[in-house]
Design a binder for this molecule. Structure first.
Ligand code: F6P
Length: 195
């Protein structure tokens, strides 16, 4: 069995300010996670020469993976965070105040709600298809450094969770979810490297 390691990027400056979307760099805490993650991965995948690291095209995932040495890195646009369209850069409070109808629609049906000029969870799930096909095809371990919404969808696929749960799956920062696919099914381990 070969592992797939899923992790969100380290805390970003926008995470600290509660702003969604964007393309900021890491906070100081996020930088610490990048270091811890590289130590963890280098140890965990020590003899796995064919392993690879997959990130999104956004700075916060690239910077999180930056310090991991010894493996090729691949950027996927399909691993970018859900596109919040006109709400990109706003806080949830600002959306609630300035666009109450949008806020309510999303609350009612988070799976199907599509941000104006942006994406829905269903859109994200659909664009992940090629990533999933490639992940299934890999013989070697893969570390996926991505974002909250995208990782909910990826995780749900491997953990066989129902579609309607996807937008609500807990996906904490600074935690690695290791998925092992063996003959008896899928096994999961979690490593919380810091708060
Ligand atoms: O807040 C971090 C973030 O990755 C945002 O960029 C994104 O819009 C959000 O999480 C997705 O989570 P939710 O679907 O719960 O709003």
């Amino acid at each position: 069995p070969r592992p797939i390691l899923l992790t969100r990027h380290g805390e970003s400056r926008d995470n600290v300010r509660g702003r969604i979307g964007g393309d900021t760099v890491l906070s100081e805490k996020g930088e610490v996670y990048a270091k811890k993650l590289s130590n963890f991965v280098e140890k965990r995948l020590k003899n796995e020469r064919a392993a690879s690291i997959w990130t999104s095209t956004l700075q916060r995932t690239i910077l999180t993976a930056n310090q991991i040495g010894g493996f090729p890195k691949i950027q996927w646009r399909a691993l970018d965070e859900i596109n919040a369209g006109v709400c990109d850069g706003m806080t949830y409070e600002e959306i609630k105040k300035n666009m109450p109808d949008e806020y309510e629609s999303r609350k009612k049906d988070k799976l199907r709600y599509r941000y104006p000029r942006g994406e829905s969870y269903l859109d994200v799930i659909q664009r992940l298809e090629p990533v999933i096909i490639e992940l299934e095809r890999q013989r070697a371990p893969v570390v996926v450094v991505s974002h909250q919404a995208v990782l909910r969808a990826l995780y749900a696929y491997f953990a066989d969770r129902p579609l309607k749960e996807i937008p609500h799956i807990e996906m904490p920062l600074h935690t690695i979810i290791e998925i092992q696919m063996g003959v008896t099914g899928v096994q999961e381990k979690r490593y919380k490297l810091m708060d």
